[in-house]
Design a protein around this ligand. Structure first.
Ligand SMILES: Cc1cc2nc3c(=O)[nH]c(=O)nc-3n(C[C@H](O)[C@H](O)[C@H](O)COP(=O)(O)OP(=O)(O)OC[C@H]3O[C@@H](n4cnc5c(N)ncnc54)[C@H](O)[C@@H]3O)c2cc1C
Length: 390
């Protein structure tokens, strides 16, 4: 084969979204000779398309009770806050915090049961009902007749998160082109002919995990994809809005976060049930549906001259019998491989905990990564609300 020498590392991570980058940081700080290989730009896939909400599980209480899912998420806001304040397991002090909270707003006349639940003692300290004189824009109008709660769930800007997670481990990141490199049960054959081996492999490649399992000849945990069709509306007069709308079912009709396009114009990024049910709609039909919903829910809002677009993306998760999201981060081992799906951006730290637990019997070989690979570094991807990325 090639003339270049074969190499062996402690751990090689495939991925480059929030899961892979969080795991790589955890491994590096514990002295593992660990690398990450990425097929496209950092964050491409789900992470840069995420709304950036660090859920504490309250959204999942819209059925009027705390579910398993919300209990698993409960510890996440504090853990992230420590990191964002620069005193946690990873220094995320450079991450842009878009909002310290989310607002839960109800459509007029909608279900007193959920409204009562959010005002109940069960959620005291986590959700607070606002008096009318504190309603944030765009609800600060007599035309809005519903209730508003402030939820202590912060929102971060995903591009700045990817940049902050990549920074401390820059020299461990490589871009892999699967046209010129080949994965297999022995390891990865690089373009110079050398074989790259690892004691352990971690698949944190989102929707790419199944393909990696096949290449490594592993009958690993099965995957499910749940598609979304997000909507973006940009207009210079849009107020910042980080909110979950309460409708008539446990699924919020619309979840809104606010970002800025490359000209600095505010963009409302709309998810929730609109994005789930909109999968079967064309881009034009999905935009029409978003316009219809917004004009029905906020008839006082003037969106004349707004720019509209959509973004399709799949959520990649472990297969569940019901087809629903699993309540916690998931990792499944097979031989010397571990497949990880955090299933929520907020749960990425839990994915890293599970990876470290799986590696508990492997002593780190070195405090520094050993030597460079003949591969390029990956660049940073762009978020859907940057028109250049569409
Ligand atoms: C529209 C949307 C909104 C969301 N909003 C939120 C939210 O507000 N809060 C929240 O907690 N969660 C949210 N989520 C969920 C969250 O984004 C995901 O759970 C999380 O980003 C998954 O991270 P990941 O690293 O596992 O996957 P990804 O971000 O998809 O990263 C996987 C990476 O692996 C790379 N890859 C794929 N195949 C290969 C290969 N063969 N070799 C090497 N690399 C490969 C891909 O290029 C990709 O960059 C949202 C998801 C979507 C889709």
């Amino acid at each position: 084969m090639g003339t270049a020498a074969d190499q062996q590392r402690d751990v090689i991570v495939f991925g480059g979204g929030v899961a892979g980058l969080w795991i790589l940081n955890a491994l590096a700080s514990r002295g593992y000779d660990a690398l990450l290989m990425k097929d496209r730009e950092l964050g491409a896939g789900q992470t840069l398309a995420a709304q950036g909400v660090i859920h504490g599980g309250l959204k999942y209480a819209l059925g009027g009770k705390l579910s398993d899912s919300s209990e698993a998420l409960k510890a996440m806001p504090d853990r992230w806050r420590d990191c964002l304040d620069g005193r946690g397991e990873i220094d995320l002090s450079r991450v842009e915090r878009l909002s310290p909270c989310q607002y839960l707003w109800s459509l007029p006349g909608v279900m007193s049961q959920v409204v009562n639940f959010f005002g109940s003692k069960a959620l005291s300290g986590r959700a607070e009902r606002l008096p009318r004189n504190q309603y944030p824009a765009p609800f600060d109008t007599p035309a809005y007749k519903g209730s508003i709660f402030r939820l202590e769930e912060m929102v971060v800007n995903p591009p700045s998160l990817v940049a902050a997670l990549a920074e401390p481990v820059r020299e461990r990141l490589y871009r892999i082109d699967w046209e010129t490199s080949r994965p297999g049960p022995e390891g990865v054959r690089l373009p110079d002919g050398s074989l790259l081996r690892a004691k352990r492999w971690i698949f944190a490649a989102g929707a790419g995990n199944q393909w990696l399992q096949q290449q490594f000849g592993i009958d690993g945990p099965a995957m499910q994809l749940r598609p979304l069709h997000q909507v973006m509306v940009s207009h210079p007069a849009l107020p910042p809005l980080y909110s979950v709308c309460i409708g008539t079912t446990p699924k919020p009709p619309i979840v809104t976060t606010t970002h800025h396009d490359e000209r600095g114009c505010p963009v409302w990024y709309l998810g929730g049930d609109l994005a789930e049910t909109g999968v079967s709609r064309s881009e034009t039909a999905q935009i029409d549906e978003a316009k219809r919903l917004l004009s029905q829910m906020m008839p006082w809002l003037d969106l004349t001259g707004a720019g509209w677009s959509t973004h399709r993306v799949d959520r990649a998760e472990p297969k569940s019998e019901s087809g629903a999201r699993v309540p916690d981060a998931f990792s499944g081992a097979s031989g010397n491989t571990l497949t990880v799906w955090p299933s929520k951006l907020a749960l990425a730290p839990r994915g890293a905990d599970q990876a470290l637990q799986w590696l508990a019997d492997l002593s780190p070989a070195s405090r520094q990564p050993i030597g460079e690979l003949p591969l390029a570094r990956p660049g940073l991807g762009t978020a859907p609300w940057f028109p250049a990325s569409r």
